[in-house]
Design a protein around this ligand. Sequence first.
Ligand code: HEC
Ligand code: HEC
Length: 429
Amino acid sequence: MSTMLASQAVASDQCLPTQDGSNPCPVELHRPAHAPLSEMAKIGREIFHDPLFSGSGRLSCASCHSPKHHYGPSGAASVFLGGPTLASHGRRAIPSLTYLEHVPNFSIGPDNPESETAPVLASAAPDANRSPKNAAASPTISMVPQGGMFWDGRADTLQQQASGPLYDPAEMASTPEIAFHRLESTKYIQRLKALGGPATDTSPDLLLSEALFALARYQIEDPSFHAYDSKFDAWLEGKARFTPEESAGYRLFNDPTKGNCAACHLDRPLPGNLPPLLTDRQYEALGAPRNQALMGPYDTGHFDLGLCEVMPGGIETSSAYCGMFATPTLRNVAARKVFFHNGVFHDLHQVLDFYVLRDIHPERFYSRDAHGHLQVPDDIPPQYRSNLDRTDAPMDRKPDDPPALTPQERSQIIQFLKTLTDGWSPTRP
Ligand code: HEC
Ligand code: HEC
């Protein structure tokens, strides 16, 4: 308890790395307790790896969410090929499934640390620990969207979520009928029915929902989904030292006038000494460039509008949320080869250049229309472009301003991002 108060009380700039790269205010992180997997979670593990479920019979959850790649994509393709014959393009990049266990339900509420609707965020955002962030204070939106799963928040829980890819025609392309039928033929079906109770014998819906529950239990219980064993976690605990480059990167990541990354990718231990999640679970319109590689001949007029498309009132009442996507965790991000919701970037240097140069050299990122006019940003239709976040540093520049970060500083931030990869040990840095 006393450590918790102490960590909140220190002003954030006092907790920056010392000369020798160590943490001047170490905390003992409170990690999820390790316990043997429940029977339900063990069944979930089998389902997760079982290609039987997909329409093609060839895709399991693990095909896209690769266990060796922190449950993210194994390769550099922007999106994954799915569907009944594995020929359909997905629309969005495959996210990592690590660190989703605390995601609060989707809600729209005040950007308020005491908010009851978002207990996790509440603890995630003690004011003293947080760099300034302006998008939430925009005159059109005083309430901010938060929580939820997927790039657009359309599912609330891991259980609800799993039916998404399972039945998506471009992903696993299954149907409840196929899933039910195939479930009946698995070697774990009797165990699942035993746990689900007699009603699962007669109700396919109930049986399927037990299967989805099992998948969720696996992701919640298995420690590999939330190891919290990166170098950064060790650093927070005072058990590792940053290199000079990592220290510099961490400072820039937190400096509100430089990277300002921590304004959205929260990196301070949470009250109760829970490890930080490197996201505030909110949504922003950063204006990722249109991914021309995903565009077929019929896609000219089609835009992925993100959050506003899944809001209950539809686009008409929610246009202020068009172009917004979830802020992802940066844990394990350096192990990825594809970045942003449409997978448009393939290298962290491209991501950093985009943050820093978007408003100074927009022509480097965006395309022109038929009349030669630069479309800023080119993946959000003109009527929604005012939603673009232009207030949060480093995206607050005018064309003649100096960039918020030099190329060397951008590389230093990348060195810090590499400390967020799980599986670090002092002997194998
Ligand atoms: C064909 C590739 C593919 C398969 C197979 C697949 N997924 Fe996904 N998954 C994705 C993509 C792409 C997204 C992001 C979609 C979006 O945001 O619109 C996603 C999103 C998710 C999310 C939300 C993550 C977040 O950050 O909010 C979870 C959880 C998830 N998948 C779990 C599963 C489970 C469980 C299975 C097996 C039943 C599965 N996925 C099968 C591609 C796949
Ligand atoms: C205003 C909030 C905000 C700030 C500030 C911010 N980010 Fe982000 N970050 C986001 C959002 C939102 C996305 C997803 C955007 C999308 O997919 O369209 C994102 C995506 C990313 C990704 C890609 C992750 C993935 O899995 O695809 C990286 C890397 C990243 N940010 C790093 C940084 C760094 C480094 C900084 C500081 C220079 C920073 N961010 C500042 C909100 C923010």
